[in-house]
Design a protein around this ligand. Sequence first.
Ligand code: NAP
Length: 550
Amino acid sequence: MNDSQTETHQTSPATRADLDPNIDFDAVVVGAGFGGMYMLYKLRELGFTARVYEAASDVGGTWYWNRYPGARCDVPSLQYSYQFSEKLQQEWKWTERFSSQPEILRYANHVADRFHLRQDIQFHTRVESAVYNAADETWTVSTDAGDRVTARFCIMATGCLSARNTPDFPGLENFRGERFHTGNWPRDGVNFAGKRVGVVGTGSTGIQAIPVIAEQAAHLFVFQRTAQYSVPARNAPIDAEEEARIKADYKGYRERNTRQPFGLDLLSQMSTINTSEVGEEGRRHHYKGCWEHGGQALMLAYADTGTDKAANETVSDFLKEKIQSVVNDSKVAEVLTPDHIYACKRPCLDTNYFEVYNRPNVTLVDCRSTGIEDITPTGVIVDGSEHEVDCLVFATGFDAMTGALNNIDIRGKGNRALKDKWVDGPRSYLGLSSAGFPNFFTMTGPGSPSVLANMIPALEQHANWIGDCLEYMRTRDLRTIEATLEAEDPWQIQVLQVADATLWNACDNWYTGSNVPGKPRVFMPYVDWVGYVEICKDVVRDNYKGFALR
Ligand code: NAP
């Protein structure tokens, strides 16, 4: 790519590149988060016309919606950003090691401005259906704003964690106070001063929001069903020396990271030997170093931390001790101590999370045995006792990976609904394409590394793959592409086999869908990012082996 030609002057192609003059766009893209934004850029760069539909009023996706107090990324800023433009990555200056939501949203807006993306994005518009018309091999996309457009390709950039999960708590509709979901936070924020606040949920989101809300609220009740491990993020202003070192060869840095687990610069913190190869003292020393370093270092402290129960126990014991040493009240510390495998639920990073339980205005409510029994007009009942609150914050997570897709009526060949095909769990080849749905792509879809990779580079990898595929088809005058069942079925087996080799499939978590009542339990992301990138390249080298092209 020639930066000087494409970066500042990129606009929609003046004429459509598609052979068929009767359709509206070469591609419709659903979602203007980081995936949809770069997909649009890539399509335009290749000379395809595209329309992006976005339900929100602006770009940013997850960072648009999740404005809850304390929202912050847990991937270092210099890595959680686009790499497609050298100029962009050189110019943009992050201020903190782990960026806050407002800063990431500013970055998304900057990218949209810099590349004039908004001219092809229609905001305030939710896609309701996408229907494949076999006769003319096009997709008809309909929206809640009354649009009905046709396109050769339909690309879903709907996000992995975008369909909110608010459990059907008994009595919820009776609650008279204000209630919020962290994934749909009011733009103007919420003033909790003087209020009694209840937070339900202690995953990554709750753990970030709770310490901040505790500082504002008159009293905070935390309703915890499952205790979580959390490691201090150790956020800090960006290290100027590290920034200069990375920016001196940003391209090389990105390339090296692509060949590392999760697509992240982790090697300096990872040990390639097994836990048992080190004596207890050496192990504790290493864990202490990872703890002091902050971030996700402990997750990969040793080669077998994520694959061997006994090895995992050594790190989970270390983390349990930390909880007990921070929390003053031993009974509260006990309730806060998890009993599952570390990192089986997505590991959390925090700033002063466990410390919050030493505050006099914070009460931990253990709802493990009875659950939330009822929500009354004025409070929450757990184990027969009512906790009176003025407002409720649901940090209850998402219907991950498939939720946003299933919320759209997507119909492929023979009018078959995607959600019917996926009734027992998602089926795709590479998390990109599903048999029976020609010219339909899912960005970071189930069956791809997605949430088990650095998300922005993972989205770029998919957009590049899809863009190259469309270009391949155009130059060969091919009209349709779809995964074959012969490729899809073994891929699904491989997704599960790779997951089973880890401990991440061993507890209830949103990777498996088990956080949403009634959702089929299927491990959805593909665990091996490095292997996946190579497989995607091989498929292209083999002229899209595993796909039917016509
Ligand atoms: P989550 O990890 O799914 O956590 C949801 C919380 O709500 C859990 O504590 C869960 O308890 C609780 N909950 C759900 N249903 C409940 C019910 N019926 N009764 C009581 N409690 C209930 O969701 P999340 O915290 O929003 O995080 C989702 C993902 O978003 C993260 O794993 C991460 O990938 C991403 N994220 C990242 C960051 C970051 O970059 N730092 C920040 C926030 C989120 P159980 O555990 O018992 O189900």
